[in-house]
Design a protein around this ligand. Structure first.
Ligand code: SAH
Ligand code: ZN
Ligand code: ZN
Ligand code: ZN
Ligand code: ZN
Length: 489
């Protein structure tokens, strides 16, 4: 998940009276063969600004990973021609922005570090770096921790501070309860390899074993946070951007990932991902499809119908959007808790229930949710559900999405949130304080209320082919990049 959740803004459907706003969408290139220009984070993405009722025609390239221009200020109009001099300057800038140490250097340093006696193993808090004796002088004035044990080295997510205030990384680490639940569940389901995409704490949990015990699960971490590079050998970490499937260390790193996915002819592997959700869903879906394709390449022909098992951890209000891209995915009721986020710790201890769920193509009836946390099995739905999620006889399913008890509305013919009431002037359910006169949740292009932008009959045929491109609901914003999102009432 991982977004600056304190200031998240509602992107969820607020009922039929939900406000229409403007935003930025991922766009299709005018020339599909045109390669995207590069920023320090790999190929940029093409965007288009969409504001109330109309879509601007001029598209632009911007960084795929950084939602804040302060973190990466790449900007180029799609039709903009750059001089040789500017291209060379950009190339030099991209080089300058790469990490100071190569992956190989990091591994050599790690191997030297673990050879040091305990008293000489120092970590610089200020630079977030393991130090070798040759580095000590340079970090003399910095804040250092000494006596870094092997146990500490195996839990880098506790040694490093989470990059939570940075929109780019938005690191929200799993609470122990959730992390152990996930690792236990993966083992119980019989997985032997876990591709951890943006889940550093799960990665280390999987690799942690009691002394003397041999782990029967392997894990590979793909993450944009280069600091993790210091703690893992080649087969443990790839510096990776999940918004454009970019391996910072080129083909060698891509091969590591490929070999991991294709081991045992692709048997026994699962991908688990917990992306920042301030980003757009579509580029993530495109990336995950590339990882799926990489896994598929290693399959023998008769396995062609099989799917790569995936856990995509994301807020429940993205359900529709995720299922558009991955129709076989189902949302589980399990509430994923985080350590460094007071608001979304578990319902009983934190202030609010976590909105974060697991989306998966692993059959829900195989996934046992902990009864001690209040989950129960619904035999009609054939899945574990939250305690208060009641089976609705009219909908024939356990309909609650947020863990609260929902109630059936006979006028809407569906179950709705407890805070919603049926509004006769809007002819649907909404928050009691909604404004009936507010702009209707109609089509972005023609304004009609009976369809959405993607089904608009006025949309050009080439655009309709791009049906998968969905808008992110956003508040009006003059900013070009996506605004932070907020949870719903
Ligand atoms: N709950 C997870 C961490 C999720 S936080 C855990 O405890 O293991 C989101 C993670 O995604 C962070 O580790 C962050 O560094 C990583 N990340 C953010 N943007 C990314 C990108 N563009 N590509 C790859 N990883 C990214
Ligand atoms: Zn960038
Ligand atoms: Zn049910
Ligand atoms: Zn119902
Ligand atoms: Zn109304």
């Amino acid at each position: 998940m991982a977004a600056p959740m304190d200031c998240l803004e509602s992107i969820e459907d607020e009922g039929c009276a939900g406000r229409r706003a403007s935003g930025v969408e991922v766009a299709l290139p005018s020339d599909p063969a045109a390669p995207a220009p590069l920023c320090p984070h790999g190929p940029t993405l093409l965007f288009v600004k969409v504001s109330q009722g109309k879509e601007e025609t001029r598209k632009f390239y911007a960084c795929s990973a950084c939602r804040d221009r302060k973190d990466c200020n790449f900007f180029q109009w799609e039709d903009e021609k750059l001089s040789e001099a500017r291209l060379a300057a950009r190339e030099a800038h991209n080089q300058r922005c790469q990490p100071p140490l190569s992956r190989t250097q990091c591994i050599e340093r790690y191997l030297s570090f673990i050879q040091l006696p305990l008293t000489q193993r120092k970590f610089c808090q200020s630079c977030q770096q393991l130090l070798l004796p040759v580095d000590w002088r340079e970090h003399g004035e910095h804040q250092l921790s000494a006596g870094i044990s092997i146990t500490q080295l195996r839990r880098p997510s506790q040694l490093l501070y989470p990059l939570e205030n940075k929109k780019t990384h938005a690191q929200y680490l799993f609470a122990d309860r959730s992390c152990q639940f996930l690792a236990g569940l993966l083992a119980a389901l019989g997985f032997r390899r876990v591709l951890c995409v943006g889940t550093p704490r799960l990665h280390e949990q999987i690799r942690l074993t009691a002394p003397g015990e041999k782990s029967n699960m392997k894990s590979l971490l793909l993450d944009i946070d280069f600091r993790y590079s210091q703690f893992y050998l080649e087969e443990g970490f790839c510096h990776y951007n999940m918004f454009n499937h970019h391996f910072f260390d080129g083909k060698a790193a891509l091969e590591v990932c490929k070999a991991f996915l294709q081991e045992e002819e692709g048997e026994g592997v699962i991908m688990v991902t917990d992306p920042p959700f301030g980003g757009l869903v579509e580029p993530l879906a495109i990336t995950f499809k590339k990882l799926i394709a990489m896994w598929k390449e290693g399959q023998s022909k008769d396995d062609s119908h099989k799917e790569l098992p995936i856990f995509w951890i994301f807020p429940y209000f993205f359900e529709q959007r995720i299922c558009q891209f991955f129709p076989s995915f189902r949302m589980l009721d399990y509430q994923v808790d985080y350590d460094n986020h007071a608001l979304y710790k578990h319902g009983k201890t934190g202030r609010k229930q976590s909105p974060v769920r697991i989306f998966t193509n692993v059959p829900a009836n195989k996934i046992i949710l902990p009864p001690e946390e209040g989950y129960r099995f619904c035999s009609l739905c054939q899945r574990y559900v939250s305690l208060e999620n009641q089976h609705c006889a009219h909908c024939n399913s356990c309909t609650s999405k947020d863990g609260r008890k929902w109630s059936h509305c006979f006028l809407c013919n569906k179950c709705v949130k407890p805070s919603w009431i049926h509004c006769s002037s809007c002819n649907c359910c909404a928050l009691s304080d909604h404004s009936c006169s507010g702009p209707k949740d109609g089509c972005f292009i023609c304004g009609a209320s009976d369809h959405k932008r993607s089904n608009c009959p006025h949309i050009g045929t080439s655009r309709r082919a791009n049906k998968a491109v969905r808008k992110q609901k956003q508040r009006k914003s003059n900013k070009i990049r996506t605004e932070p999102l907020k949870d719903n009432p």
